[in-house]
Design a binder for this molecule. Sequence first.
Ligand code: ADP
Ligand code: ZN
Ligand code: ZN
Length: 728
Amino acid sequence: MTQINPIRVLRVALPVPLPQLFDYLPPQPCAPVAAGVRVLVPFGKRKLVGIVVEDSPHTEVESGRLVPVLDILDQAQPLLDAPLMRLLGWCWQYYKHAPGEVLQTALPPALRKPEQSLPPPPLQYALTADGLERLQQGPGRATAQYALLQRLRDGPLLEAQLADEGGRWRATLARLMEQGWVAAEPAVAAQPRPQSGPSLTPEQERAVSAMAADLQHFQCHLLDGVTGSGKTEVYLQLLEQVLKQGRQGLVLVPEIGLTPQLIRRFQQRLGLPPAVLHSGLSQGERLQTWAAVASGRARLLIGTRSALFTPMPELGLMILDEEHDASFKQQDGFRYSARDVAVKRAAELDIPIVLGSATPSLETLNNALTGRYAHHRLRQRATRAAMPRWRVLDMAHHTTTQGLAAGSLQAMAQTLERGEQVMVFLNRRGYAPVLMCQQCGWHGSCDRCDSNLTWHRGARLLCCHHCGHQRRVPPLCPACRADALASAGEGTEQLEQALTQHFPAVPVLRFDRDSTSRKGSFDERLQQVRSGVPCILVGTQMLAKGHHFPSVTLVVVVNVDQALYSADFRARERLGQTLLQVSGRAGRAEKPGTVILQTFHPQDEQLVLLIDQGYEAFAGVLLKERSAAQLPPSSYQVMLRAEAHERQQVEAFLNRAAGCFPAGQGKVYGPLPAVMERVAGRYRMYLLVQADRRADLHRQVDEWLSQIRRLKEGRKVRWAIDMDPQEM
Ligand code: ADP
Ligand code: ZN
Ligand code: ZN
């Protein structure tokens, strides 16, 4: 039995991978410490920054083993507010992840250091009464000073905004302040000055008024709108209302969806610079933005997954765009689903949340169809452009050049002749997925993964897309020394080359991770596309999302057949989503669009259904299949993942773990190898647990975990729990 000691302690979450909190004595004397305050504590020989979870009147630790915290780092107020602390507490219980690591996710990296505290608001510069008077007198000879006064006429500006002008603004500003015409003051929240948008289509109108009718309470809304139906316009209208009420808005987008184009659109329509958070920011930028949002100065936050955990004292509406996107699920460490946690946050705050997509995930669609979520459908394009027409090319009956069917090339030629643009989609980077010897059958494979090496011809490298391993392309076959190395299959680099040869007079622009790693180059190419000149865009997934290319009227989908025979039960759902997202790039403006799908399976019933009747019909059939097979969303899953250099150790651990699964509802399957079993020299396997009821499953898994943690086999492998896993 553990002893309860009546000693006051601070229960602290520390950034260590352990499933527990740590008790420390408060410094003496000490007022009550709020949850969410950072403290510096001794931990072994180290000093760590922790976050107080509770100021507790008792502890289970013996009094002799308790040590005091070294310092309380946030005196004025907690960094993480009470609702956020409750949400994070729910997260570590739900995802069964170490509390300290979960709380770390919510802190900007700069605040994980003890010496860094929350920065004060930046200064803004405002006209004084004297300054206003000076403005009325006209410029005279001091033109630079006068120009700066004029800029301030519409309201105070931040240093960063003044600096945009360039020139000697700093000296000019100093003169104006000396004269008493301009004063510095701490920045306050900017007021939105919304521009009116287009008048809404009847479908948009219906969705907006239904959602706006009750902005004061929790409700999850699915905005199920075909590509180009004006979902973003619906978000803008709702945000405008919420901002007008003096509340904050949070918009989460997929990693790939956070484009400058999108940010500009929000800025222009709402008349407010959105705060933007994503992983590409420097620590300093991240800290400033976080502080602006957490203090309530920034009213609108747009960000990727982890922006979800930013404190927002006045949060009134959350929006998750492209809710089906895989990047909302973190795939390592704290494996949370930003979509599911966002819904939880909205429920806790009693505010509405909008999940938007042209191709909702089956989980979300199921929630809408069963009435848990409100379902708003937009089936017409807002610009009155027609939905694209599909043509399926049976590859068994077409001659091909480097992966492109003769029929596709012909349609491309016609499109370009009309002065329009073409997009070619292939979700495979590099020149070819494999390099083979035609003499002996040798092929380039990674020594550390179960994967072939992709041939990057331009860079003269063979690369593993799973572990990053690279080596030079051998001139002769390494096995038989024959001069017979040739590629098999195509990647985007090869398509680019083939198309450049076939259409020498037309620019061919490649968009993938290899071609866009140089900073700025992506935007340059986007500019070229937007200028509207006839050109061919070749690319991966990167092209599929978010972009609005009005002159693209033909989309060619080169090869997606692998998804039709994948072992992953989500493969077909993802295929349908990708196909519709890609096809949605065609004919978004006045001119109608065409999508060509090259496939060896033109008769596949579900493909035919998707193309003839659309996503909802397609998803309906998939949902029936899932229900018949008792797969999510008709059941709930948890995965115990494990990996190690020795396959046998992984298997031994998982077998032992399977053996101690407690009796009850849930069933255990496995050990099973991951779809790619070996990555970077480590073998990866899993156990899958499935149950009909979520609560039962969680109870069982909690009990199971306490057993698993005691297994000595567990010390030889890296293991983790993955709730609601998305990848096999
Ligand atoms: P989605 O997010 O559903 O793909 P968008 O909101 O980006 O769609 O809208 C697609 C295009 O239609 C954009 O160019 C947008 O400006 C335009 N649009 C949206 N709503 C309307 C409307 N009610 N009337 C005219 N154009 C609209
Ligand atoms: Zn050979
Ligand atoms: Zn590899």
